[in-house]
Design a binder for this molecule. Structure first.
Ligand SMILES: Nc1ncnc2c1ncn2[C@@H]1O[C@H](COP(=O)(O)OP(=O)(O)OP(=O)(O)O)[C@@H](O)[C@H]1O
Length: 310
């Protein structure tokens, strides 16, 4: 028998398997166990996972889920008992902390492992599930589940489903969702995502829900250093780089913004992406004015390309 247990406080999953060898494999900090040909599915997403800055415990959890699924498959092949694999998850984290990005990657991984038949990704919010009159909500939610079957249904700000209390149609959406999750457990992964505090409150109001989501992953806010790394990574992907002066300016700006706005209003990776895209537009205008079109200059973001409004 294999089972998945969680350490909620740390946002970590522990995988407990009867086979000692396997247990050892999971606990082992060695990183080369997935080098073999048979672990191609994990390696296919590894590159994208590696490109994510920080998120070490998220990366570790992805590997652990992979190990659990792989060993379950091996157990099945050897005629051993295998628990039903519900992979529904809760993602807790502030905006822009990588929840959507990781959910998409999991879709790919589960498809490669034949856990999901399509691996596609459907992002939904309250309005996609909740209708306006009696009977409308159940149909809307069922249609959404149908569309998501074979892939990942990612419900952002999931707590908004409970917004109107008992009389609201949100309750009907939750009930229909839970039924769909049970019915299509073998070919659908539902991920409920949102801010940590609101998610906790939402789950406390719906005591039937937590047990249906065996995995909880926490996405911490990024440090300024990580945000700068994310900026560099985004520039690299677009074939740009910033000068050391530009990097310093960005760093000072991020420190100031976090101090002034606090974490609640800050959208982490998305904020950085917006800054980068804006700087790229500013650079384009500057280069036109300067008439400089050599390759080096076309790739360079200078400090004056970062224009911040305070
Ligand atoms: N660790 C990371 N490394 C590199 N880029 C990142 C990382 N985390 C987030 N990003 C980038 O930040 C942007 C926002 O990320 P994403 O949409 O995954 O966040 P989110 O948590 O789903 O946000 P929200 O809940 O507000 O929708 C994306 O462009 C993503 O590529």
């Amino acid at each position: 028998m294999s089972e998945l247990t969680m350490n909620k406080a740390k946002g970590q999953i522990n995988i407990v398997l009867n086979s000692k060898t396997v247990n050892h494999l999971v606990k082992d900090e060695r990183n080369d166990w997935f080098d073999g040909e048979e672990h191609q599915a994990l390696r296919n997403i590894q590159k994208e996972l590696d490109q994510l800055i920080g998120l070490d415990h998220v990366k570790k959890i992805v590997k652990e889920v992979y190990a659990w699924l792989y060993i379950n498959r091996m157990r099945k092949e050897n005629g051993l008992k295998v628990n039903r694999q519900a992979l529904h998850m809760i993602f807790k984290g502030n905006p822009g902390t990588g929840k959507t990005t990781v959910a998409r990657l999991l879709g790919k991984l589960f498809f490669e492992m034949n856990v999901l038949s399509k691996g596609h990704f459907i992002e939904a919010e309250r309005a996609d599930l909740v209708g306006e009159y009696i009977g409308h909500t159940a149909n809307k939610t069922r249609d959404l589940i149908k569309k998501a079957r074979g892939g990942i249904l990612f419900i952002d700000e999931a707590y908004s489903l409970a917004r109107g209390g008992e009389k609201d149609f949100g309750k009907e959406a939750i009930d229909t969702l839970v039924k769909g999750m049970e019915d299509y457990c073998d070919d659908l992964v539902v991920i409920l995502a949102g801010y940590p505090k609101e998610m906790d409150y939402f789950l406390s109001l719906n005591p039937g829900l937590p047990s249906r989501f065996p995995l909880t992953i926490e996405f911490p806010d990024y440090t300024v250093e990580e945000l700068v790394q994310i900026a560099k990574q985004m520039l690299r992907e677009r074939e740009y780089e910033m000068t050391p002066e530009a990097e310093r300016k960005l760093c000072v700006h991020l420190e100031g913004t976090l101090e002034a706005a606090g974490r609640l209003k800050f959208s982490n990776g998305r904020y950085v992406r917006n800054l980068i895209e804006k700087a790229i537009r500013k650079q384009a205008v500057r280069l036109l004015h300067e008439g400089r079109y050599d390759k080096k200059e076309l790739m360079t973001i200078r400090d004056r390309d970062f224009v911040f409004h305070t």
